[in-house]
Design a protein. Structure first.
Ligand code: NAD
Length: 482
């Protein structure tokens, strides 16, 4: 039954100060799930003032206390994993198994942050005078704004909140408007784990108003943003000198060389493209196949694609749920239309599925003859589509993979390590997955965009995000005379 949800500010559950709300729907069947507050400027202000007030004391609290808090939050999440996973599936559309996986990763992010912080290498440097030392420490950055997308409703936010909580930063997190409800369950977990008030505030509302008020707020020191490149660029324009972490899009170009294991390459390509309906930043959105092996690869691929079943998130045996909302479906349709007008050929799928509980189910799609002039090649499609292009030489593959300016994760399928190494060194990307789908990652992986690409900068994961969310302090000590 639909419920009226509240935001979590300074340890209290509150409505918007002007009573404004928006509605959240289950994309899989169109059912209304609830109403959620639209934070006003005043609410944003309250949340940042609360975070600032909490932060000074929190940053100086014993590290052990902050670690224990993270462990307790992780436990609370795992205790409620079925409920949280159900909420993710209901507001996002993904399968229950995929949501359970997301919840596990969220719990892990709190646990891992707590375990990792002491492993950061603080350095002690000998000064010119041997009785002097320089000691480097990692300090809480201060007050952060976390703004995250709808494809992983709580995972992306936990990648910032967990590290902040252990390193001593406090902040304000805003989920995307199609998927705010599971973040409010995360707030409940933080509350029952005993998080001090103000340490993490969760507010809701549109990016253009609430998001911009957050990142420009005078009490916000650090912007943690995961989302589209265009939104990232807009934020950079308005925040001035604040530090930003920018985790943006990608197109997961996957290069299939003629010496690859074709069956494995086809399986991995399909998984990378169809997992979460392709609504993943590192999804396989471009497949570059060597001309000499195209026939063999395509035969394997078309067999694998037939095995992907989709349906409402709790149907047994499905691997794909509904897409998240009308907007991403329309983007997929626009990209396919553009491709067809320019000579692409749909081999399977290519349209919304009929007879489903909503019209947001899209058939797993393979489209051939994709060329540089098409949106399918140039932009993120962010849907269950495998666009096929070909290349002749390894240098041609490299040029094509780098072509559209995104560089998050790229894949190479090959059994020839010399060729693989040659290509790897020339790809401009934050990560290269060899013989694994571009969509594969692990929590400790330093995840983020390659130099100068539209995929952004900064590194998530493991020790790396702890460094991103702290600043280095150098303490110069003269032991002479002590
Ligand atoms: P989006 O940029 O539209 O929105 C992301 C968040 O920003 C939302 O919470 C939104 O409300 C907020 N927002 C929108 N406009 C804003 C503004 N002007 N100021 C401040 N905040 C604003 O992206 P989306 O459609 O929600 O998500 C999909 C995108 O996210 C894709 O490009 C995908 O590749 C990317 N993504 C990247 C990663 C990564 O780790 N690199 C992970 C997941 C998703």
């Amino acid at each position: 039954m639909a419920k009226n949800y509240k935001m979590y500010i300074n340890g209290e559950w509150v409505d918007s100060s002007d009573g404004g709300t928006f509605e959240v729907y289950d994309p899989g069947n169109g059912e209304l799930l609830g109403t959620v507050p639209i934070a006003t400027k005043e609410d944003v202000d309250k949340a940042f003032v609360a975070a600032r007030a909490a932060q000074k004391e929190y940053a100086l609290s014993p590290l052990k206390d902050r670690m224990d808090l993270c462990y307790r939050i992780s436990e609370e999440i795992l205790k409620r994993k079925e409920e949280i996973a159900t909420m993710i599936s209901r507001e996002q559309g993904k399968t229950y198994d995929d949501s359970l996986y997301e919840v596990g990763e969220v719990a892990l992010n709190f646990d891992m942050s707590a375990r990792n912080f002491q492993r950061l290498d603080g350095e002690i440097i000998t000064a010119y005078d041997g009785d002097m030392r320089m000691i480097l420490t990692y300090e809480a950055y201060g007050v952060y704004a976390s703004i995250t997308p709808w494809n992983y409703p709580i995972l992306q936010a936990s990648e910032y909140i967990g590290p902040a909580m252990v390193t001593g930063s406090c902040g304000v997190a805003k989920p995307a408007s199609p998927t705010p409800l599971s973040m409010l369950l995360l707030a409940e977990c933080m509350e029952s784990a005993g998080a001090p008030k103000g340490v993490c505030n969760i507010i809701t509302g549109p990016g253009a108003s609430v998001g911009e008020a957050m990142v420009t707020h005078p009490e916000c020191d650090l912007v943690c943003f995961t989302g589209e490149d265009k939104t990232g660029a807009r934020i950079e324009d308005i925040v001035g000198l604040k530090k930003c972490i920018m985790e943006l899009g990608g197109t997961g170009p996957s290069i299939v060389l003629d010496d690859a294991d074709m069956k494995k390459a086809a399986q991995q390509v399909a998984e990378g493209a169809f997992y979460n309906n392709g609504q993943v930043c590192c999804a396989t959105e471009r497949v570059l196949v060597q001309e000499t092996c195209k026939e063999e690869f395509m035969k394997e691929l078309m067999e694998v694609v037939k095995t992907y079943k989709f349906g409402y998130w709790n149907e047994p045996g499905i691997r794909m749920g509904s897409m998240n909302s009308e907007k991403p479906v329309q983007k997929v349709e626009a990209h396919l239309k553009d491709g067809l007008e320019k000579g692409a050929v749909i081999l399977t799928g290519g349209k919304r599925a009929e007879g489903m509980p909503s019209n947001l189910y899209f058939e797993p799609t393979v489209v051939d003859n994709v060329t540089k002039d098409m949106l399918l090649y140039r932009d993120e499609t962010f849907g269950p589509v495998i666009p096929i292009s070909t290349f002749t030489t390894d240098d041609d593959a490299i040029e094509q993979a780098n072509y559209n300016g995104f560089g998050l994760i790229m894949s190479i399928f090959s059994n020839n390590m010399k060729r693989t190494n040659y290509i790897t060194r020339r790809l401009v990307t934050g990560g290269v997955n060899v013989n694994i789908s571009s969509g594969y990652w692990e929590a400790e992986l330093p995840f983020g965009g390659g130099g100068g690409t539209k995929s952004g900068y900064g590194r998530m994961g493991g020790l790396h995000i702890l460094k991103e969310m702290t600043y280095t302090k150098c303490v110069f000590v003269d032991f002479n005379g002590c």
